[in-house]
Design a protein around this ligand. Structure first.
Ligand SMILES: [Zn+2]
Length: 121
């Protein structure tokens, strides 16, 4: 394995822009990771790079220690695709729903307390 100071997908070698991306495969390897630059990471999280493509990147990177693409090739590919925002916000939507349910429960509790207090007065 090459040093994680460069992107496994495009080869960008600016350490400050290299992130450890989780490449989920919950059945076989829940903690599978790959060093990707911020751009390649975001593209993967948005579905601009598919799971199959990132697994191909991983396989090539592990064997050759070299990236299979240039950033220029990837920019053209991503530009031709549509992002799937739902992939990015999957966890956020769940959290927002929970927040709304908690807020509504708190409002009901306040209303109940007020109703009980006015009955007692
Ligand atoms: Zn990259």
């Amino acid at each position: 394995m090459s040093s994680p100071s460069s992107c496994a997908s495009c080869g960008l070698g600016i350490p400050a822009l290299i992130e450890i991306a989780h490449i989920p495969d919950r059945r076989t390897a829940p903690n599978r990771t790959l060093p990707l630059c911020s751009l390649c990471h975001r593209a993967y999280d948005l579905g601009l790079t598919s799971q199959a493509e990132i697994e191909a990147v991983e396989a090539i990177w592990k064997v050759q220690g070299a990236p299979p693409h240039t950033l220029g090739e990837l920019l053209i590919r991503w530009g031709e695709r549509s992002p799937d925002w739902k992939l990015l916000h999957k966890g956020a939507q769940k959290k927002a729903g929970l927040k709304i349910r908690r807020r509504n429960a708190a409002k009901r509790a306040v209303a109940t307390r007020r109703a009980n207090a006015s009955r007692e007065a």
